[in-house]
Design a protein around this ligand. Structure first.
Ligand code: 13P
Length: 332
């Protein structure tokens, strides 16, 4: 007979009914307190998840927060590589992720074995990997970057440094264009950011000529060319909060609109649609797998845990710490 735990393992998350009539949000907060747990959430998760989190941020801020927390349990509301980064930085802590199916198309586009072969065939190159990679890919990397520090970290290397940049060809091409570098790019991409439509963005710019265009650097080059601001989720949010402008066209995963609208209730944020849809919602289906019910059950049963094999964690912690140290030194 299949046990409940075997069913969970097959599903990748806990499919248990929650007690009827309970206030899920209050119960989640209560469990956090009882278990000394912290909830970290990425801006792309559902608004309701961002609202119950102890901390929301971009990839860099989430890694920093994990490295510094004194909680015993970290619940990472995001995708799997974020949980892995937390576990690598805090091996003694229990790291939970509400749904093991929450992978990342960018990380998936860079299988560790193939990337390692690519790296080994270019022994004279320094390897820079975007944080959206598996722990095994990070293990063959010299320094990790996020969209919040990639430019400055690339520029911290001599101009003639030979560099491999993986896995995001769009972010890599953007960094090449603003730094004058010629990094060798891995051919990966994010399935959400690849889908934005130039035609629809141009039409919206005509409809809202006063709007500023906020673009994530994982977008394709022709989209980036139409941007007023290119930056990480946190950088786009910061710009939206501080700019005098009242209207923004947002070209990244639409989950970020929740915090933008919350911090700027008097401003208008218009999500730019993907090319194959008429709705404004370009969503990451993996981020949206995180639900309140799963967060509650994850805390209740302390499963699924994120595990990283010791040899991989030992090799992957070096480039992650390298990034954190460089970011600190560069004042980022
Ligand atoms: P940032 O939040 O660091 O901009 O990254 C976005 C992303 O790709 C998350 O998977």
């Amino acid at each position: 007979m299949t046990t409940i735990k075997e069913t969970w393992k097959t599903l990748g998350y806990i499919d248990e009914p929650v007690p009827e009539g309970i206030d899920l949000k209050a119960e989640i907060r209560k469990l956090c307190q009882e278990k000394n747990a912290i909830i970290l959430a990425h801006y792309y998760t559902e608004g309701v998840i961002q609202d119950i989190a102890d901390f929301i941020g971009d990839s860099l801020a989430l890694a920093r927060k994990a490295a510094k927390t004194d909680a015993d349990i970290i619940v990472m509301c995001g995708v799997h590589f974020m949980g892995e980064t937390n576990k690598i930085l805090c091996p003694e802590k229990k790291v939970l992720i509400p749904d093991l199916n929450a992978t990342c198309s960018l990380a998936e586009s860079c299988p560790a074995k193939e990337f390692a072969e690519f790296v080994h065939s270019h022994p004279d190159h320094t390897v820079i990997s975007y944080v959206n990679t598996s722990a095994a890919t990070k293990a063959v990397t010299d320094v990790v970057v996020t969209s919040g520090n990639a430019k400055q970290i690339v520029e911290s290397f001599p101009k003639d440094e030979k560099i491999i940049f993986g896995p995001d060809r769009n972010l890599g091409a953007y960094i090449n264009s603003i730094t004058g570098r010629n990094m060798l790019l891995w051919d990966g991409a994010c399935h959400v950011h690849e889908r934005f439509s130039v035609e629809k963005l141009v039409a919206l710019k005509q409809q809202y000529p006063e709007a500023k265009v906020l673009v994530h650097p994982e977008c394709r080059g022709p989209i980036v060319k139409l941007a007023d601001v290119v930056g990480s989720t946190a950088a786009l949010l910061k710009y939206a909060v501080t700019a005098d402008t009242k209207t923004f066209l947002v070209v990244t995963e639409s989950g970020i609109l929740h915090e933008m609208q919350k911090q700027c209730p008097d401003k208008q944020f218009i999500p730019v649609p993907p090319d194959d849809s008429t709705c404004g919602c370009n969503e990451c289906n993996f981020m949206k797998l995180v639900t309140l019910k799963k967060v509650y059950n994850t805390l209740r049963y302390e499963w699924p845990t994120v595990e990283v094999p010791a040899d991989i964690a030992k090799a992957a912690v070096r480039p992650i710490n390298h990034m954190l140290q460089l970011s600190e030194q560069l004042g980022l």
